[in-house]
Ligand binder design. Structure first.
Ligand code: PLP
Length: 392
């Protein structure tokens, strides 16, 4: 059955590439194709496009151009930050403890787990409160015990909560611990001024802000020592080997520039759509509870626990009705595992199987939201009837 309408509410997973970004990228697939490290004129053209992109991005992050490292995605940026800092600490024979939180993306937390399981690093996961905010005193106590890196996500992909990075980074620095943030969801929405945030490393991924998939950034503060996690040539000052993806780097810089030039208008549109969605769901879906902080959350992000509804079945019903949504990270196929992030916020294992994430974007309209609300309310009522759960 073809749904009446298609409504895309999964902008936290990925966004479409802005046509202005595509236009900026096009010359670098054909006319300007040289390897940016080559010493001839074709190479120089590529190199100069990359260095212009680096300057543009550095301007937005308020840092020096050489503090920007280009990577292949947000996952690689997170891996480089965590592995790079930890390996460097081990090489220098200093403490090898990794500090993080239960609301991290798997790119951070699974990298740390691998380092713990295979390389005997210690790992400490600092608790969060019910809204998903890191418990400051617990974070301080973890830092007091020492560490080679602390990594705290800027804004959660699953529950949208925004962390107080200036406070947390200043605590880490009291104990000489380098501080990394995964800003992949924050990119294009929240301030990325690394001096205000006080961070030593910051990860971004272009496809979350209307740029292409498969290209990312790691900001690395001058003086922070990293071992490369991808070794080879001397690209990116020896921090990340591999031929530059010139077209995608140019596109990423253009997308980030547009996001901050148009930031005010974008955020007010996102927030208006998100609030219509949140209010509508709380009114029309009995038992729905917001997950994450009610106000300290990404302007584009709405997330809920909808009790007595299997998340996979709900996503399937929404999709049949034309609504593209997500439940978070763990409910793709088969029996949903409880979300580790919802468990971290204190939801019970059965509630943690009932997550729903809806994320709005530049193209979302009020009609889209109203249509999605109707499909959602009908899907929840139907599933509860089928599962024999209370409908209201
Ligand atoms: N970190 C966060 C918070 C994310 O939401 C994502 C992607 O969903 C990533 C990292 C990984 O980024 P990429 O898809 O570019 O590998």
């Amino acid at each position: 059955m073809v749904p009446k309408r298609e409504v895309y509410l999964d902008n936290s997973a990925s966004t479409p590439v802005d046509p202005r970004v595509i236009e900026a990228m096009l010359p670098y697939f054909g006319e300007v194709f040289g390897n940016s490290t080559a010493s001839h004129r074709q190479g120089h053209r590529g190199e100069s496009a990359i260095e212009d992109a680096r300057e543009t991005i550095a301007g937005i992050l308020n840092c020096a151009a050489r503090e920007i490292v280009f990577t292949s995605c947000g996952t690689e940026s997170d891996n480089l930050a965590v592995r790079g800092a930890a390996w460097n600490a081990r090489r220098r024979g200093i403490l090898t403890r990794l500090i993080t939180t239960p609301v991290e993306h798997s790119a951070v937390i699974n990298t740390m787990r691998q380092m713990r399981n295979l390389m005997d690093f210690e790992m400490e996961i600092v608790p969060v409160d019910k809204s998903g905010r890191v418990m400051t005193e617990a974070f301080r106590a973890a830092c007091q015990r020492g560490g080679s890196i602390a990594s705290v996500i800027y804004a959660s992909n699953e529950v949208g909560v925004i962390q107080d990075l200036p406070l947390l980074s200043s605590i880490a620095h009291e104990y000489d611990i380098p501080f990394h943030t995964d800003a992949v969801q924050a990119g294009g929405q929240l301030s990325l001024d690394v001096n205000e945030l006080g961070v030593d490393m910051l990860s971004l991924s272009a496809h979350k802000f209307y740029g292409p998939k498969g290209v990312g950034i790691l900001y690395v503060k001058n003086g922070i020592q990293l071992e490369p996690s991808q070794s080879g040539g001397s690209h990116e000052d020896g921090r990340r080997a591999g031929t530059h993806n010139t077209a995608f780097i140019v596109g990423m810089a253009k997308a980030l520039e547009l996001a901050y030039q148009e930031n005010e208008a974008r955020l007010s549109h996102f927030a208006a759509m998100r609030d219509r969605l949140i209010q509508g769901i709380l009114e029309s879906v009995p038992g729905a509870e917001i997950s994450g902080h009610p106000t300290q959350r990404l302007p584009s992000h709405a997330s809920f626990v909808i009790p007595d509804v299997d998340a996979n079945a709900l996503l399937m019903h929404l999709d049949m009705g034309g609504v593209c949504a997500s439940s978070g990270s763990s409910c793709k196929t088969g029996d949903p595992e409880p979300s580790e992030i919802l468990l971290g916020l204190g939801f019970t294992p059965s509630e943690a199987k009932c997550g729903l994430r809806l994320s709005v974007g530049l193209h979302t309209t009020a009609d889209d939201i109203d249509y999605a609300l109707d499909v959602l309310a009908a899907s929840v009522a139907k599933l509860r009837r089928l599962q024999g759960a209370p409908v209201s």
